[in-house]
Design a protein around this ligand. Structure first.
Ligand code: BG6
Length: 284
């Protein structure tokens, strides 16, 4: 149930006996495909670089240890490092992939010089994709970080896509600015370049289109980032097609408005479970 594509293993393709599948690049441990109910659920740009020359524009890039711009390159270094494949195994009707990333000379020479050990577990069942990172501080000093799963969901049309679960949540609008913003809508729609950080989101966030939905359940991740570049931002990105923005929405689970802190020897596991649901069928 996994394959390599060349001299050195660069990606895994895993599938369950119940028909779902996923593809994972070791570069960034980026999940680039999740098929469930016979359909692709993740968006990857046709212009995405899949040769390790830049972060993958789509799928689920991992942001660590810095969200956004800062001392490190944008979104940190985890999405541009080659992770180590520890295992890929079938367990009954599910498939579990484990990948690892540790500090090395380069990360220790960076502005975030700590010793860390990340274990990334991707668990695929018939209707769910769960992605969990166990973060461990293996340094002799405490450290803090922000982290996020930058999930690009594929949608048939952004115009008829809604996001539920954000009502009454405070947010930061990275495009328009403003203070004391609170989401008032039950069903959030996106109609322009949108880049928002919803802070301390309490429960399940559900992306709906047609008679289908993707539910996003999180644990130990506090925030949700909502992003769509729309036409003008898309045109500025070399690795994003000008006409692709209606086919995607980023709903990103992470802790980015505050930091996660770990003492030496301490660990925390954070993750998301994406569930593919259909109103038309009872088993999806
Ligand atoms: C989002 C940020 O998470 O990622 C946006 O909120 C950013 O500000 C977007 O533009 C894409 O980032 P990048 O580095 O992959 O182009």
């Amino acid at each position: 149930f996994y394959s390599d594509d060349g001299e050195s293993l660069s990606r895994l393709v895993v599938s369950t006996r119940l028909g779902s599948s996923a593809e994972v690049y070791l570069y960034g441990a980026t999940v680039t495909s999740w098929k469930c109910g016979g359909k692709e659920r993740l968006f990857v740009s046709k212009q995405a670089k899949l040769d390790g020359s830049k972060p993958v524009r789509g799928g689920i890039p991992l942001v660590f240890p810095q969200f956004g711009p800062g001392d490190l390159p944008q979104h940190g270094f985890a999405r541009t490092r080659v992770w180590t494949l520890l295992s890929a195994e079938e367990h009954g009707e599910s498939v579990v992939v484990n990948l690892q990333l540790k500090d090395n000379e380069d990360t220790r020479a960076s502005k975030w010089p700590y010793k860390f050990d990340l274990l990334y577990t991707i668990d695929l069942t018939e209707t769910t994709l769960s992605t969990i990172i166990k973060y461990e501080n293996v340094d002799s000093q405490p450290f803090s970080f922000t982290s996020l799963m930058h999930t690009y969901l594929r949608v048939p049309d952004i115009a008829s896509t809604t996001v539920a679960g954000l009502k009454d949540v405070a947010y930061v609008d990275k495009i328009k600015g403003g203070t004391d913003l609170v989401e008032e809508r039950d069903e959030v729609t996106v109609e322009a370049n949108e880049d928002r950080v919803y802070v301390n989101v309490p429960g399940v966030v559900t992306v709906r289109y047609g008679d289908e939905s993707i539910a996003i359940r999180r644990f130990n991740f506090k925030d949700i980032v909502l992003w769509n570049p729309w036409a003008e931002k898309a045109a500025e990105m070399a690795d994003f097609g000008n006409d692709e923005f209606p086919q995607m929405i980023c709903v990103e689970a992470g802790t980015v408005a505050s930091e996660i802190s770990l003492r030496p020897g301490q660990t925390i596991s954070c993750g998301q479970i994406l569930t593919c649901e259909s109103l038309a069928s009872s088993n999806l």
